[in-house]
Design a binder for this molecule. Structure first.
Ligand SMILES: Cc1ncc(COP(=O)(O)O)c(C=O)c1O
Length: 409
């Protein structure tokens, strides 16, 4: 029965296998199995998406957080279309580039200048390059997912040798592990890049301890707010915790699906980027910038961050109550805050845990709720309280299915 549900999805997968290495790009990887989860989708509007077999889902993946307002937002897309009609990319500079950079720096107390890019990976790579030039140091310490570029996979055999000595990892929940790196490489670490979702629970004390250590050792603090910026009320994570990063990277919450990213930072550091090779053909695309300006306006005028926080908390509370009622070991929490909720199964036996998780998420998919089993979710402005309540009603019965399947096995 479930297998018939995803027939067209599987047909597209078979075709993709012939023309795409690995059959799909990484963020399209299968949620559970191709037999029991949808892989191909046709359209999206608001918080709902429809798969190629015609099933509609309340979506909590939201293209991995790229849609803060909801799919196909009419105002954002109209702004982008208008920019397209004037030629989205002209041969040289555009006033829109200045307006967009101004709009970005206005929104970060610690920023005076911006560099405009297209993707989060570009932004984190650019931030580190700027930091190296500003400090004259080469090594980097990191905690979190920062994209797909070579430096993000220093141990992979397909990247240039030696990156692992340049890119050091620390445990973001243990500021002492960062201190230890500074002691091992005195005067050599240019920057520490941290994605806020890596600090769990997210407390001011841990962020402050990390920031203090960075500045005490003369390095630069790069806060990678690619996921969290604009989504987290009030302001972004740095405003919430009173942080002063030297550089900040932003992308996903910025432009409601249109590709754009930026590094913003303080003048003393950003000035080092003058004349640096940070340019790509499509960086000047004004359609995505127009989308971003409209998104930022809507986010602020309509209290979007407050909305996604409240609904995320409603979902988290509801899921915890359901897990408790069914006696299933599972915990829902914000990663790091309620707008980015998740549900983790916590059974001590790994096999039982996997079985519970798979059964729950497959049952949710079959009921029309798309939640990722291994990645945090994202609430959008298009999600309404009724969507959360519908989701929770389905979670009640999906949790029961999961519990019973595991008992039977
Ligand atoms: C914190 C963080 N930094 C960087 C990136 C890379 O962004 P992109 O996928 O747009 O290259 C991501 C993507 O998920 C991210 O979450």
């Amino acid at each position: 029965m479930t297998e018939e549900r995803y027939t067209s999805s599987r047909k597209w997968l078979a075709r993709a296998e012939r023309v795409t290495p690995g059959a799909h790009h990484l963020s399209g990887r299968v949620l559970t199995t191709p037999e029991r989860s949808p892989m191909y989708f046709e359209r999206g509007r608001g918080c709902r998406i429809t798969d190629v077999d015609g099933h509609e889902y309340i979506d909590f993946v939201m293209a991995y957080g790229a849609f803060l307002l909801g799919y196909a937002d009419p105002e954002v897309d109209a702004a982008a279309r208008q920019a397209l009609e004037q030629g989205s990319l002209l041969s040289m500079n555009r006033p829109q580039h200045v307006l967009f950079a101004e709009a970005l720096v206005e929104r970060f107390a610690a920023a005076d200048m911006a560099v405009l890019l297209k993707t989060g990976s570009e932004a984190t790579t650019a931030a580190l390059r700027i930091a190296r030039r500003a400090t004259g140091r080469r090594r980097i310490a990191r905690a979190g997912y920062h994209g797909w570029h070579d430096w993000c996979l220093p141990l992979d055999r397909s990247v240039p040798a030696g990156l692992d000595a340049q890119v050091l990892e620390f445990d973001s929940n243990d500021p002492q592990s960062l201190e230890a790196l500074f002691h091992e490489y005195p005067g050599e670490i240019a920057a520490v890049i941290l994605a806020p979702e890596m600090v769990l629970p997210a407390t001011r004390e841990v962020f402050q301890a990390i920031q203090d250590a960075i500045h005490r050792h003369g390095a630069l603090f790069v806060l990678d707010e690619v996921k969290t910026a604009f989504r987290t009320a009030p302001g972004s994570v740095q405003a919430r915790f009173g942080l002063k990063p030297d550089l900040t990277t932003v992308s996903k919450g910025l432009s409601n699906g249109w590709p754009v990213a930026a590094v913003v930072g303080r003048r003393g550091v950003m000035s080092s980027a003058a004349g640096m090779h940070l340019s790509a053909t499509y960086h000047g695309d004004t359609a995505a910038m127009a989308a971003a300006l409209t998104t930022l306006r809507i986010v602020e005028e309509r209290g979007v961050a407050e909305h996604v926080w409240a609904l995320g908390q409603r979902l988290i509370d509801g899921l915890n109550a359901i897990a408790h009622d069914h006696g299933v070991p599972a915990l829902s929490y914000g990663e790091p805050f309620p707008p980015m909720p998740f549900l983790k199964f916590t059974h001590p036996n790994p096999e039982t845990n996997d079985a519970l998780r798979t059964a729950f998420y497959e049952a949710m998919l079959a009921r029309g709720v798309l939640m990722h089993p291994r990645h945090m979710w994202f609430i959008s402005y298009a999600h309404k309280p009724t969507d959360i309540d519908t989701t929770l009603a389905h979670a009640q019965s999906a949790m029961k299915v999961a519990r019973e399947q595991c008992r039977a096995s």
